[in-house]
Design a protein around this ligand. Sequence first.
Ligand code: ADP
Length: 259
Amino acid sequence: TLRMARGLPTKSPIKGVKHVVAVASGKGGVGKSTTAVNLAVALASQNISTGLLDADLFGPSIPRMMNLTSTPETTPQNLLRPLTNYGVKCMSMGFLIDRDAPIVWRGLMVMKALEQLLRQVEWGVDVLVVDMPPGTGDTQLTVSQSVVVDGAVIVSTPQDVALADVRKGVNMFRKVGIPIFGLVQNMSLYQCPNCSHTSHIFGNQDHLVSTAQSMDLDILANIPLHPDVCATSDAGTPIVIAQPTSVHAEVYRGLAKKV
Ligand code: ADP
């Protein structure tokens, strides 16, 4: 009641959703959406009914990565019907607005839109994977404070600049009482397809390991840098689908078992 009196959202479950997994990152461009998409597809491939919510209102990637372009229908109950591909029910602001239109909204409109994308959707899933916006701003707080989230996965690359933001992300979730399943290290290792030499492009991967340890967190998955991850995402066929026998597909399926 106190929260309501202050105009703060109260935590409540999302109708038609049993579990919520948030995929977050301290900063943009580290592979959060790629992880969210492949995690969702991997869950669905393990016969778990799965939804994917693109909460990145300002830079929605799900329509492209999941190859979905149509506009959601409205049900007689006035709910949006998610669009489905690869067995995953998806909802994104990108389905509702023009692809090239920027969102020029103030905070309140963003919150309203987010609430609608979360709750006024005919989900009917066991697990909802939420692709969070990068960082620890307003939108992240709205989701974290208004939804019962079972756990968060935090994606990072191994650079020190990214790691500083991981700590902020971890602290935000801890502050609002959301458990953290662990960290995903992305793009740390590169194996040259010609000579098979491996290199750590963004520096020493031990930095993320020690960051994880110092925050009492596990590293749930290590995802090597590979051009096919990018190419398959761009083509709208996540690597778990496009190359199911690849090392990457294996790693994402392993991640799906841990959340
Ligand atoms: P974020 O959601 O953190 O902004 P994205 O998932 O959109 O990041 O990824 C940023 C870019 O990096 C995309 O072009 C994506 O295809 C690419 N990418 C992500 N992970 C990998 C990887 N492991 N190997 C190669 N490219 C990757």
